[in-house]
Design a binder for this molecule. Sequence first.
Ligand code: ADP
Ligand code: MG
Length: 256
Amino acid sequence: MTTENDNIVLHVADVHKTFGGLHALSDIDLQIEEGKTHAIIGPNGAGKSTLLNVVVGRLAPTRGAVVFDGQVLTGKQPHEINQVGVARVFQTPEIFPDLTVLQNVMIPALAKRDGSFTLNFMSSLADETEIRDEAIHMLEDVGMKASMDMLAGSLSRGDKRRMELAMCLMQHPRLLLLDEPTAGMSRHDTNTTIDLLKKIKERGMTKVIIEHDMHVVFSLADKISVLAGGRIIAEGTPEEVRNNPKVQEAYLGGAH
Ligand code: ADP
Ligand code: MG
């Protein structure tokens, strides 16, 4: 599969996804440029999470393909897709509640190094100075260093999401997918997260971000694709999308 632009790191090519008779995604063609922040917005049920699930290999598309850095991902397992440099912050945080925040943040780096998650590796947690130092640094970046010895399960929803973001950053992904990263956060924590995501951008990491909060979208996105009813109904810069009457009708002027 080819793309016209060499800077395209992710190409979602003619993807369809049906659930029984429901067309969750239809004719999705999406090209994500390297180093850019690409937002996907749209009303509830538009297909946004389904699209991310197809990219990370949690769902197989009914038709079409996902190409990352010239490599076809379709048909690969989620952990294989993760290993080629695609990381995701889930809509519902997936964490280890009985471990500390610091241990949670160390796990992705240890798993990447060891290739698997084993009991042995848990016993080696204490020895991993380098990974520990990096994890503390990441927690500082997301504003959570003070909570590093707390049990992850005891964190607020917003703090769990920030911890999960630190877990993703420990993998040094080339492509970071974020499904509503500020959901459940206070305005203050949302602003801290926006600042952090801007910082990541300076490091050149490509991001796809699904977000309901328009303040977040317009602060961060280089380009926006608008999904409604499983189709991309508009695409462009934040300014173009903001002024598109179709978008105002389908989304901005709607329930949100
Ligand atoms: P969004 O993230 O934009 O809110 P989703 O991708 O979660 O939307 O859902 C798109 C549509 O697909 C919805 O109608 C939803 O009910 C349906 N859907 C999502 N996942 C499944 C599934 N596993 N089985 C059946 N229907 C699903
Ligand atoms: Mg969703």
